[in-house]
Design a protein around this ligand. Sequence first.
Ligand SMILES: [Zn+2]
Length: 357
Amino acid sequence: MENPLTPEVLADPVALTRALVDIESVSLNEKAIADCVEQVLRAVPHLTTHRYGNTVMARTELGRAQRVVLAGHLDTVPLNGNFPSSMRGDLMYGCGTSDMKSGVAYALHLAVTLPDPRYDVTYFFYEGEEIEQKYNGLHLVAEAHPEWLQADFAVLLEPTYGIVEAGCQGTMRAVVTTVGERAHAARSWNGVNAIHGAGEVLRRLTTYEARRVTIDGCAYREGMNAVRISGGVAGNVVPDRCDIEVNYRFAPDRDPAAAEAHLREVLDGFELTVTDVAAGAAPGLDAPVAQEFLAAVGAAPIGKLGWTDVARFAAMGIPALNFGPGDPNLAHHKDEHVEISKIRDGAATLHRWLAPA
Ligand SMILES: [Zn+2]
């Protein structure tokens, strides 16, 4: 295949977004797009390029005092009648336009066109973000080659509609189990109904007042919800067990241990098993390089409520935030699209930030 990422395309973030969208790259099928990106980066004299699986990274080695990462995933969710791209006025439609080939286009455009950025830059293009962690290129490289990711600050180019979404909340899943004693439903007084016992769990969750907290000027809002419930033996049996799955989204000033302690406090008296947890990430906006980024954006940051890969950077001690032109509300939708003017605005912002002083 001839590489569609030609010099003219690479020079224009909008044309580049469209060219990237038109290389199909549903998760586990990123080879073609990774090949194209790798070929482009290897031809750039001011970059050192590595590849791991279908993850490609390139870095400047200018001896700057600080290094930043610009990161974007190459994969998309499955196509849904939205491939290839199409234009309608100021809008570019297609799978991956918002999430997140417009963001990937920023990084690739800057990698090629900015030989002397103000900081050393690591451009990181990775596979497998939309599926399980074991396929996630950022996770895999963090395990295999953590030195490739060493940096003072990272920008994840996920859709944020042109504002800064900083940090991210953590997420914990737990199963609360109520126990009873089986009996014939015709003589229910001989048993204890575990499903009825779940009522108190649900009451506590219903009346729970979720905390709001502001960290580095970013507001986070927690939530604790029953997300699944199961129980019951037969139509004529008083049930002896009911499991309520609870999902707790917690602000990044709580680590997983503090989050679990709080969950246990709210559901005190019930059997509770934590089944899954992912730590959040503090916004990390006090770092000077982050402050310079915020100044280039010129709009107040907000807290990221959903869990994102910024937490993987945070786990490596690298403050990270999300910034991209796409509308996060459109991600994974059939009519996913991105505004051309948003692509241009964000590209100008990143250029302002990274261009030599
Ligand atoms: Zn994404």
